[in-house]
Design a protein around this ligand. Structure first.
Ligand code: GLU
Length: 298
């Protein structure tokens, strides 16, 4: 009898090149890398450069050079979202044909005045004129899902029930659409990323279902924060790790992820540290909380 071969593991790291890599994004890179490589899987890198106004010139290149400096070497070529606009439009058209979307011309100020969640104002208007955004008619989206690390996660009902945007009024495709199309087209078997995206997961799973594809597994890592509730991000000018000392920084990332290298690896280079981390990697050692203070590890 032929042995049953499980599908090969394919993970990914999907930075948005709106600035250089910082400690928080390095954690997502290392966590997704180790989860893939400890299972002899593939680890892909995808540049999420879809939101043009937020992109910073040279950031994509700087992110790739920094990954190389930390010996986080990806498989295959780099997948670039801005080169896939035709594909995103094709998927949007498919959803339109199935009457799963509607056009919306609500202004930003109207949406902001609603507070939480879009109210479906344009759902039955059949708008065809003017600058239109495209929204998904919220499918029956689960209000919980099972995270590979944190277990059962509850999603706020307003978020699950919202008719969210797939394409914006300014013509830009929304993260919500492209992340699913890409994870599907790249054959990703598990998404490993920061816990800031945890609440959006059931939407993404629901979109996979609408597209007739099986969703990957999801594993969320604790977020690095400055203070409770304030994640390290490009927006709050988190310092770039590109010139930080490799060994110390990688050791701090591993400790953040609950994997403490043994004393004899103090000062070891990135290759040695990653080889050790790959063989010692245990997801159950990753701290359970959604956030941890970065300065406790640096
Ligand atoms: N591009 C997103 C970010 O940099 C990550 C998206 C994802 O991993 O699904 O925050």
């Amino acid at each position: 009898m032929m042995p049953v071969v499980p599908p090969a593991y394919r993970g990914r790291f999907a930075p948005s090149p709106s600035g250089p890599l910082h400690f928080g994004s390095l954690i997502a890179a290392v966590g997704s890398y180790l989860q893939a490589k400890s299972q002899q899987g593939q680890w892909l890198v995808r540049m999420e450069d879809i939101d043009k106004p937020r992109m910073q010139a040279g950031a994509a290149d700087s992110i790739l050079r920094t990954l190389e400096r930390y010996q986080l070497l990806w498989d295959g070529g780099v997948w670039v979202q801005s080169q896939r606009l035709d594909r995103y439009q094709q998927v949007l058209d498919l959803l339109k044909q199935q009457q799963l979307t509607y056009a919306c011309n609500c202004t930003r100020s109207r949406i902001q005045s609603l507070g939480q969640g879009y109210d479906g104002f344009c759902r039955d208007k059949n708008l065809t004129e003017g600058q239109l955004a495209w929204r998904l008619k919220a499918p029956a989206t689960a209000t919980s899902f099972t995270d590979q690390h944190a277990g059962e996660i509850q999603i706020p009902a307003t978020l699950a029930a919202e008719d969210y945007i797939l394409k914006r009024r300014d013509g830009l495709f929304a993260y919500q659409l492209v992340v699913v199309v890409d994870d599907m087209d790249q054959g990703i078997t598990e998404v490993v990323r920061g816990a800031d995206l945890i609440d959006l997961t059931s939407r993404q799973q629901a979109l996979f279902r609408l597209l007739g594809a099986a969703a990957p597994d999801y594993l969320h890592l604790p977020l690095a924060v400055l203070e409770p509730g304030f994640k390290l991000s490009k927006q709050n000018h988190a310092p770039a790790v590109e010139n930080w000392p490799v060994s110390e920084t990688l050791t701090a990332v591993l400790r953040f992820l609950g994997q403490s290298p043994p004393a004899e690896l103090i000062g070891a280079d990135a290759k040695e540290l990653l080889a050790w981390a790959c063989s010692a990697w245990q997801i159950r050692q990753i701290p359970r909380q959604n956030e941890q203070k970065a300065t406790d590890f640096l």
